[in-house]
Design a protein around this ligand. Structure first.
Ligand code: NDP
Length: 404
């Protein structure tokens, strides 16, 4: 009997639960577990299916996770809580013989540093246990890795230049809100930028490098160079890459709020004393900001995320662009979500489906680009994220140098 455990009942957890519940033949009985059980219950009530049950769990505590897994006996655990819980959930999966999937790599709570090495270090233990762990299976990371693997399989003999471009042209009507967990989001974008070039990492000051990029169906938007975690695995798995960068759009209103919050110390992760208690300013800020799952109602506009890839095909330079646009209002009508949660949750469900059906299988810890992209690309269209491609169209970048 197949069973699937989903941990995390936020914006992404809700999408994963809705999408998995619609495929009982793939996922079997579902349990949605999170720190606050009432949030799981609310999602289960929306889904309204008797094969979906809920539980409370503190995923920072391995014995609690082990007790839950021993009781429910899942085949697979989909981790859509926070990156802080990746290692404890992987540890519990190993103790209970459960396969593992997540959408964001591990990050220690006291240092804003997200890297794969902590999770890659679990490879041998998962392999020895005959288990599979699939890392970073949201949109970015996730679909961006699958898009890159698809380009390498079908369009290019050698990948040279990768630019991942992520635009949210939506408007949720709030003065300031983040589209996924505020703590993780703000930690990510206030860090130094970083990109890979000629075999080494180049650092830039936070949000200091930007340029307009034209997004299909959206138009030109100022886009900022950021470090993003999939760059680390993609340059490892596609060693012909000469340069790999990540760009994301931000509106001026968002950036102004962020600058003020940073200037007054509200984005700091160093604990301070407040009324006799130790608190972390960023955790307090998260508590007063809107929850990502609450942004869907009235959200207008689209996201557009894709990969511009340049390389060689039959000795000739070729440019390949592949992307998905997702409409906030449409996904709200479908399952009450906003597009950032949806574009993360749908690929997590598809990756989990690949594992449950054995389409993607292996023993150890893997990133998505290590598997055959074709069945995943097919499912993207089927489950709500149709994609488009242009071969040898114009590139928004004019800095390919003499290699272009
Ligand atoms: P939310 O803040 O909306 O939800 C997080 C959920 O995790 C909440 O239900 C929260 O519980 C739960 N949680 C937090 N700590 C614990 C814990 N110790 N034990 C059990 N449950 C816990 O975030 P999102 O849904 O927006 O994001 C979820 C994940 O998806 C994040 O890791 C994020 O980085 C990732 N993500 C990945 C993307 C991609 O494309 N790859 C894009 C966007 C997000 P409570 O409600 O009690 O706080």
């Amino acid at each position: 009997m197949k069973r699937t455990l989903i941990i995390g009942a936020g914006g992404v957890g809700s999408v994963v639960a809705h999408k998995c519940a619609a495929l009982p033949e793939v996922f079997g009985d579902l349990m949605l577990a999170s720190r606050t059980r009432s949030k799981c219950d609310r999602i289960a009530a929306e889904i309204g299916k008797s094969h979906v049950t809920t539980a409370a769990v503190d995923a920072d505590v391995v014995p609690q996770l082990v007790a839950l897994m021993k009781d429910f006996k899942p085949t697979l655990c989909i981790n859509v809580a926070l990156p802080y819980q990746d290692l404890t959930i992987m540890e519990a999966c190993l103790q209970c013989g459960v396969h593992y999937l997540d959408t964001a790599n591990y990050e220690p709570k006291d240092v804003a540093k997200f890297e794969y090495h902590w999770q890659w270090a679990y490879h041998d233990r998962f392999a020895d246990a005959g288990l599979m762990a699939l890392l970073g299976c949201g949109f970015d990371p996730g679909v961006t890795g699958v898009f890159t693997a698809y380009a390498a399989k079908h369009h290019l003999d050698e990948l040279h230049y990768l630019d991942i471009v992520d635009c949210n042209a939506g408007d949720h009507g709030k003065a300031f809100a983040t589209n996924f967990n505020p703590e993780i989001n703000i930690r990510e974008i206030t860090q130094k930028g970083r990109y890979f070039e000629s075999g080494r990492w180049v650092e830039t000051e936070p949000l200091s490098v930007h340029q307009p990029i034209d997004y299909p169906g959206v138009g030109p938007k100022d886009s900022y160079l950021l470090y993003h975690e999939e760059l680390e695995s993609l340059v490892k798995n596609f060693p012909t890459l000469r340069r790999a960068r990540f760009w994301m759009t931000f509106g001026q209103q968002y950036l102004t709020h962020l600058r003020v919050l940073e200037n007054v110390g509200m984005t700091s992760i160093a604990p301070i004393q407040f009324q006799g208690q130790s608190i972390v300013p960023l955790e307090f800020l998260k508590a007063v900001l809107p929850e990502p799952s609450s942004l869907g109602a009235g959200y207008q506009g689209q996201t557009s995320i894709g990969c511009h890839i340049r390389g060689l095909k039959d000795g000739q330079t070729k440019h390949y662009y592949v992307w998905n646009n997702c409409d906030h209002a449409e996904v709200y009508r479908e399952i009450g979500a906003q597009a950032v949660s949806y574009t993360t949750g749908v690929p997590a469900m598809i990756g989990a489906k690949m594992m449950m059906e054995g389409t993607w299988s292996g023993k150890g810890v893997f990133n998505v680009e290590e598997f055959n992209p074709d069945p995943f690309m097919k499912d993207l269209g089927l489950y709500g994220l149709p994609w488009h491609e242009v071969v040898d169209g114009p590139s928004p970048f004019d800095d390919y140098g003499s290699h272009a």
